[in-house]
Design a protein around this ligand. Structure first.
Ligand code: HSE
Length: 420
């Protein structure tokens, strides 16, 4: 039996314990040697009274009785980092769902695991129950990955789906999602795109670079999206998703998290509500799509349990070994590529404003593919939504800068890439 300590007894920790206490494979592979959480005495869906209780999580991480330390506390600094470091330094294996920790410190923690002969496993950190780490580093280990993209944040996907289905504003839907418990009380990490970015940095490490690189990705959230954008996108045959994408661009890897218009027949376009999805383009396998629940007790505990089952079989492999481990690729600059774009802006209700918009775009070589002016909301707010033909993004940004510096637009425009 693998001797396992669990730190963090929230939804996921209790989900893992329920699997250990059940009749499935995990109950035959694992025994729990100790637990810790912020509060000892509180109602939980599982009974933890039979396990040794540790007030000090670092002491549990280094406990001599334990083979594997399961970190389910969260946070990129503080206790989570201290405990994972302590466990790895003691030569133990670590299983974690902590994407923020790995995005910020993954390279150093991987080195620590290698130095002390331990394993660091994190299937639960990316897209909850979807086994994408195993897909990349085992199933596709001998492929060349061209791109990995996905919907990696269920909160954002839920909000965008609700906005699209009901025509309601972002703030309304967010407030409702919070009251239903779908969104965190502080939703910043989710709606800013940072949570999806943390997960993408791990996918990028596995697929391309061999180390997480959160710092160089382009990160945009969903707070600026309005019902008019979803409505216009639908009218043009697109859906808007917060798309996390890492792709090969020559010798470099380019990573971004951006609200993106996806053609209605794109495999991710119809992944709605809180679901997550990952699409991998690789040679020679072609395109692979994985869809499933990205959060919650069952899906996340399933991923933690999968890592524990592997460790119970003595499985060993370098932390970020995957198709990308053969050669470390450099970081490319996101936001410089050629593509099609959606641009929404507002101008004053005056003659000549449309001409000024098209003139600024033409000056920078931006060719318009479709153009829609909506009726004025008031004297300073006439919404215009347009899509472009393929153009280098910096040219389009230069045109937008001209529109802003020339006071042609009355508020900052919204720019989103289009994926076909
Ligand atoms: N908050 C995340 C989401 C789940 O909404 O998808 C945990 O990463």
């Amino acid at each position: 039996m693998l001797k396992v300590a669990i730190a963090g007894l929230g939804t996921v920790g209790c989900g893992v314990i329920a699997m250990v206490q059940g009749n499935g494979p995990l109950s035959r592979a694992v025994t729990i040697t100790g637990v810790t959480a912020r509060t000892k005495d509180r109602a939980r869906p599982v009974d933890v009274s039979a396990y040794r209780w540790f007030d000090d999580p670092v002491a549990l991480a280094a406990d001599a009785e334990t083979d594997v330390f399961v970190e389910l506390m969260g946070g990129s600094e503080g206790t989570a980092k201290d405990t994972v470091e302590a466990a790895l330094k003691a030569g133990k294996c670590v299983v974690t769902a902590n994407k923020a920790l790995l995005a910020d410190h993954g390279e150093a923690l991987a080195a620590l695991a290698a130095a002390h002969g331990g394993e660091l496993r994190y299937e639960a950190a990316i897209a909850g129950g979807i086994p994408v780490v195993k897909a990349l580093r085992e199933g596709l280990a001998a492929n060349q990955i061209d791109a990995v993209c996905g919907v990696l944040n269920g909160t954002c996907n839920y909000i965008l789906t609700e906005m699209s289905n009901t025509g309601r504003a972002f703030s309304d839907v967010l407030a409702e999602a919070q009251s239903l418990g779908y969104a965190e009380a502080d939703p910043t990490l989710d709606v800013s795109g940072a949570d999806a970015g943390h997960k993408l940095s791990l996918l990028g490490a596995l697929a391309f670079s061999g180390k997480p690189d959160f710092g160089s990705m382009l990160l945009e959230g969903i707070t600026g999206i309005e019902p008019i954008d979803l409505e216009t996108a639908a009218f043009l045959g697109f859906r808007i998703k917060l798309l996390a994408k890492a792709m090969r661009d020559g010798d470099a890897v380019v990573q971004s998290v951006r609200p993106t218009l996806l053609k209605a027949d794109h495999p991710i376009a119809r992944i709605d509500g809180p679901l997550n999805a990952v699409v991998i383009d690789a040679e020679p396998v072609g395109r692979i799509s994985l869809v499933g629940r990205g959060a919650g007790a069952g899906p996340t505990a399933s991923a933690v349990a999968g890592d524990l089952m592997d460790l119970s079989h003595g499985d060993q492999r370098p932390v970020f070994a995957g198709p990308g481990s053969g050669g470390v690729m450099s970081a490319g600059v996101a936001g410089t590529q050629v593509g099609r774009f959606y641009l929404r802006l507002r101008v004053a209700d005056q003659p000549g404003r449309i001409a000024a918009v098209t003139e600024a775009l033409a000056k920078h070589g931006v060719s318009i593919e479709s153009f829609l002016q909506k009726p004025p909301e008031d004297a300073t707010r006439v919404p215009i939504a347009l899509t472009t033909q393929p153009v280098a993004e910096p040219s389009l940004r230069a045109a937008i800068a001209d529109l802003q510096s020339g006071s042609i637009v009355t508020e900052p425009p919204l720019l989103m890439p289009i994926e076909l």
